[in-house]
Write a protein that binds this ligand. Structure first.
Ligand code: GLU
Length: 342
């Protein structure tokens, strides 16, 4: 007997192929009970995570790969480089229409920014995570994963750089930052605003990212196995200036100051940092303030002292841009230009 014809063409529609690259984090975390605050990150494997989301396979042809199993406080540049390499490989081989990376929220913004600078495709690469472990009452992971797959499967997400989907919001990698230690509404994009929303898989976009990213980025992880050391020094009242010297003595080629206000630091630290800048150490002024930009020559004479202003990037992201920038010889003016472009 001939096989029966399918009279429901919509059932034959090919689903977009979405690969989920899991790295651990609270989304895969497990606690002793549903109300236990203490838990261990990265306990659940990617297949169990996929199985825990009803309706996921109706959105996309989904498969998972375990790239790492760590809380994101333990995400290393080795893992970030591996992730970027795998995403580039999957897209270049035409094996995925979209990719979701599951990740802890602590350093999500850093990996998102790193991937935004090193993924070489316009196809959607979307990160997600959870604030509550998989065993918690009202765990947020399954809906976040559902929404992330919906965005990764959505052609309208293409060309918007690396996106982060959490709690119904679509953030751009450039702008998002973790803002609350426990709330499910932890991510904000305070400088440039949200890219869009995704409600039970239904997407809406308000804007594209404004800065260069992914296929337009000049940075690459091709042949890169490690990155130059760049330290972040947190500015505070009466801070000791010798932190700058300690960093350089330990091998830092650049220092990001998480400055107070508009990237400020006390006079002693300015003097120590200027001494280092004169020796070719790159000094970037960012801010410990969660919102706003850091501009050149406001209270600090960057032109005279040879400092760089981080513009829109917070200290953690300013550090990542500088680490990638230092893979090549660049003048301070060229490095400053990068902070205005990315
Ligand atoms: N420390 C955990 C992590 O980043 C907690 C944050 C989370 O995943 O929500 O993996």
């Amino acid at each position: 007997m001939e096989p029966a014809e399918n009279n429901h063409p919509e059932e034959q529609k090919t689903l977009p192929r979405v690969v989920i690259l899991a790295t651990g984090g609270t989304i895969a975390g497990a606690a002793e009970s549903g109300t236990e605050a203490g838990y261990t990150s990265g306990k659940m494997g990617v297949d169990a995570m996929i199985d825990a989301v009803p309706g996921l396979t109706a959105l996309a042809d989904v498969r998972g790969e375990q790239v790492a199993s760590v809380g994101s406080q333990d995400i290393s540049f080795a893992i970030m480089i591996r992730l970027a390499g795998r995403i580039n490989e999957l897209f270049a081989a035409g094996e995925a229409d979209g990719i979701v990376v599951t990740h802890g929220t602590d350093t999500m913004e850093e990996t998102a920014h790193f991937l935004n600078l090193t993924v070489k495709s316009q196809k959607p690469a979307v990160m997600t995570g959870a604030m509550r472990p998989s065993t918690a009452i009202s765990a947020d992971g399954p809906l976040n994963l559902y929404n992330a797959v919906a965005v990764a499967a959505d052609p309208k997400a293409e060309g918007r750089g690396v996106l982060v989907v959490m709690n119904d919001r679509i953030h751009g990698a450039h702008s998002l930052t973790k803002n609350n230690t426990t709330s499910v509404e932890t991510f904000l994009s305070p400088v440039n605003g949200l890219i869009g929303t995704v409600i039970y898989g239904k997407t809406a976009y308000f804007r594209g990212p404004f800065r260069k990213h992914t296929h337009l980025s000049e940075f690459s992880v091709e042949g890169v196995s490690s990155l130059p050391r760049v330290d972040v020094i947190y500015a505070c009242a009466d801070m000791p200036a010798d932190l700058v010297e300690c960093s350089v003595a330990r091998g830092a080629r650049g220092i990001v100051i998480a400055g107070d206000g508009n990237g400020n630091m006390n006079a002693a630290t300015i003097e120590a940092a200027a001494g280092m800048a004169a020796q070719g150490i790159v000094i970037v002024r960012s801010s410990r303030v969660p919102s706003g930009t850091v501009s050149r020559n406001i209270e600090v004479d960057d032109d005279r002292l040879g400092f760089i202003a981080s513009d829109e990037l917070n200290p953690a992201k300013a550090r990542i841009l500088l680490m990638l920038a230092l893979l090549k010889k660049r003048s301070p003016a060229e490095i400053q230009a990068l902070y205005y472009s990315y």
